[in-house]
Design a protein around this ligand. Structure first.
Ligand SMILES: Cc1cc2nc3c(=O)[nH]c(=O)nc-3n(C[C@H](O)[C@H](O)[C@H](O)COP(=O)(O)OP(=O)(O)OC[C@H]3O[C@@H](n4cnc5c(N)ncnc54)[C@H](O)[C@@H]3O)c2cc1C
Length: 666
């Protein structure tokens, strides 16, 4: 990596030049950097807001899953079978599904060989279990902090390989150049860190022939969210640079605690805690779930199943299914504005029936008895089933034996993101979105497929970059310097204007955006609500363009808000188009108004759940979005590509591999 100053508008800014800039430092970024170094690409730098920030390094649940083809499956799992499962989730390209399936084992073993403690038996087979949306056992786990361990092992490996890290930098622009082959990535503009220190507005530039964008999902979009609060990603910057986005209407939502932000799946639900809500001032406590279930057995069965059917799913409402719990929590909190709690000190109650292990449905009773978790209170059952789950909250100062936990139906993962091809390359040449930034998933992704896709994507991007740089001099060039200058000039103008304008509070603006998103694009989506949110978003964008900040230290948040406002607009436009193609709902959201799904009495209590009538789900198509030159968002629908049917003839593959034609498109 080379560093020299660049003069723009009479000021000097640091300019780092590097062959590959890997942006972000979650599990996806670190893995891409490690593979690049191992494949012999010697001028790689990691550029990140902070080592230890992001989802991989922080988030967890009862048990985190890593999804992979299962070599120990008695019925003979295969890459094609696994790809079929990924593809059948809908709105996913078949060739990408095949790559994710084929490389899932290699990447799993890569992690295992780095020391991520995935459990294995005495013969060396890694244990596996079934996750949501799968009929085979393909999930592996090292426990609640699997992604945290992945992050730590990959971080240590990157350090061992001597990959430099530029820390404290928020990427605000992806710089591109236009050449005869179209638009290609040429670097980034970032704000903050040691690199930006001393330069006007803390801006600096990193010129790079290749950019691996692993900035995660735009977690800061929602008020009810289980992402780390600081995680905002860079979707707006990527789309502004010309990258195409896809499937932005698709996310995962589920029940999580608000402080700390933690998914309440697995034993947290199987311990059968009591759910209740209160008015905002704490009065009027009520066990709202009992109003809507026909019997205590039905209520407990739904609560128990929530443990292994964690994400909200429109198909799991019928027959008093587990997703009724999310819908009722959503109604209490988002629609009625009440606060909802989960309480491990006492059992759920039901009019006319007493709680007891004997009234549990057979499935739950059997599970609890086998686990010897038959204690009187939910906290006793939780402690027997999963002591670390109890201790986790204790570490955050919350004793579940003494106090309730406030919860919400939280945004947890974006299935969509930037469009990548089978090498994870975006529509901008040399720009590779990997990890959650890449929206490879469709509607129903099996639990654990996100971590796998992040690892496979990093390897694929590294393989393609290593192939392209092999034996070639760095590109760099005058075109790159000119583009860096233009991008820096635009940012200088914007910062200057913001400091001169009437200051607004970036935090208040962010909160308003987050509340708008939780209202309009949660688990219930109404086309009229989306139109309203689009208007409000346009107003917020206007306000942003006209307002400013009181001091330079607020500039970073101010620019992040602009990125998030564009991301919000993209989510809303994607959902507007997706909703016009489906009936009743799909995956993680219902389409309609609350009254279509809940019968409400005159006191405002939900009394009956009416399951959605699910019509066409448009699972064979993908909504794509791009930004036109005039700032308008173009949205369109494209059909999914099928799973390729190539025969594995060794001599042919060997030849294509040796010639390098495996790297060229069909
Ligand atoms: C509670 C929870 C539980 C989950 N459980 C599972 C599970 O069991 N199985 C599964 O497969 N998936 C799970 N997921 C999803 C999965 O964990 C994430 O998709 C994955 O960890 C994302 O990894 P990443 O490397 O792409 O992004 P992250 O780990 O989020 O990393 C993003 C990085 O980019 C940096 N960054 C962000 N914006 C910028 C910017 N503008 N400039 C510079 N740097 C930036 C951040 O600081 C961070 O270093 C879960 C998610 C949550 C929230």
């Amino acid at each position: 990596m080379e560093k020299k100053p660049i003069t723009v508008a009479g000021n000097e800014f640091p300019l780092h030049s590097v062959r590959v800039a890997v942006v972000g430092s979650g599990a996806a970024a670190l893995n891409a950097a490690v593979h690049l170094a191992r494949l012999g690409v010697d001028d790689v730098a990691i550029v990140t807001e902070r080592l230890g920030a992001g989802v991989s390094a922080n988030a967890g649940s009862d048990k985190q899953t890593y999804y992979r083809l299962n070599p120990a499956d008695d019925a003979g799992d295969s890459a094609r079978e696994t790809a079929n499962r990924l593809f059948s989730g809908g709105c996913m390209h078949g060739d990408v599904a095949l790559v994710e399936a084929s490389l899932s084992l290699l990447e799993f073993h890569h992690l295992a060989s780095l020391g991520v403690p995935f459990p294995f038996d005495r013969y060396g087979s890694h244990a596996a279990y079934r996750t949501d949306h799968d009929e085979r056992a393909r999930g592996s786990s090292a426990g609640p902090g699997t992604s945290i361990m992945m992050y730590e092992k990959l971080r240590d490996e990157a350090k061992l390989l001597g990959i430099p890290v530029l820390e404290g930098l928020t990427v605000v622009d992806i710089v591109t150049v236009d050449d005869t082959n179209g638009r290609r990535a040429a670097g980034i503009i970032a704000m903050g860190g040691v690199s930006g220190a001393g330069a006007p507005y803390n801006l600096c530039a990193i010129g790079a022939d290749y950019v691996v964008l692993a900035t995660g999902g735009p977690g800061a979009l929602y008020a009810d969210s289980v992402y780390p609060a600081s995680q905002a990603g860079s979707l707006g910057a990527a789309v502004a640079s010309g990258a195409v986005a896809q499937n932005l209407s698709e996310s995962q939502f589920g029940i999580a605690s608000k402080r700390p932000r933690w998914n309440l799946s697995g034993s947290y639900q199987q311990a059968l805690p009591r759910y209740y809500s209160t008015a905002p001032d704490g009065g009027g406590e009520r066990e709202f779930l009992a109003d809507c279930f026909p019997s205590v057995e039905a209520l407990l069965a739904a609560q128990f199943r929530k443990g292994y059917e964690w994400p909200f799913d429109v198909k799991k409402i019928t027959g008093h299914g587990s997703s009724c719990v999310d819908l009722l929590v959503y109604y209490e909190s988002v629609v009625r504005g009440r606060r909802v709690y989960i309480d491990y000190r006492s059992n759920p109650s039901f009019p006319g029936s007493a709680f007891g292990i004997d009234v549990l449905p057979a499935e739950a009773r059997d599970y609890l008895e086998r686990s010897n978790a038959v204690g009187k209170a939910p906290v006793e059952r939780l402690l027997v089933m999963n002591t670390p789950a109890y201790e986790l909250f204790l570490k955050h100062g919350i004793d579940l034996a003494r106090e309730p936990l406030e919860i919400a139906v939280c945004h947890q993962h974006v299935n969509g993101g930037l469009r990548g091809d089978i090498w994870w390359e975006s529509s901008v040449r040399n720009l590779f979105p990997v990890g959650e930034a890449n929206g490879s998933h469709g509607v129903y992704r099996p639990g654990g497929a996100a971590l796998n896709a992040g690892q496979v994507g990093g390897l694929r991007a590294a393989q393609m970059i290593a192939h392209r740089v092999s034996g070639k001099a760095p590109e760099g060039g005058d075109g790159r310097s000119a583009s860096v200058r233009i991008a820096l000039k635009a940012r200088i103008r914007e910062c200057r204007r913001a400091l001169a304008a009437k200051p607004a509070d970036p935090r208040a603006e962010r909160l308003e955006l987050q509340r708008r998103m939780s209202r309009a694009l949660g688990i219930l989506r109404d086309p009229a609500g989306i139109e309203r949110a689009i208007e409000e978003n346009a107003g917020a964008m206007r306000r942003h363009r006209e307002s400013g900040v009181a001091a330079a230290k607020a500039l970073r948040d101010f620019l992040k808000n602009a990125d998030l406002l564009l991301a919000e607009r993209l989510f809303l436009e994607a959902s507007r188009l997706a909703l016009s193609r489906i009936e009743g709902g799909r995956g993680s959201y219902l389409v309609g108004r609350i009254g279509d799904f809940l019968k409400i009495d005159e006191e405002g209590r939900a009394r009956t759940v009416s399951p959605p009538v699910l019509g066409g789900m448009a699972l064979g198509e993908i909504v794509e979005l791009s930004l036109g030159g005039d700032g308008r968002i173009d949205s369109r629908v494209v059909p999914v590509r099928p799973i390729p049917r190539e025969t594995m003839w060794f001599e042919r593959v060997w030849k294509e591999y040796m010639e390098g034609s495996v790297y060229t498109p069909d």
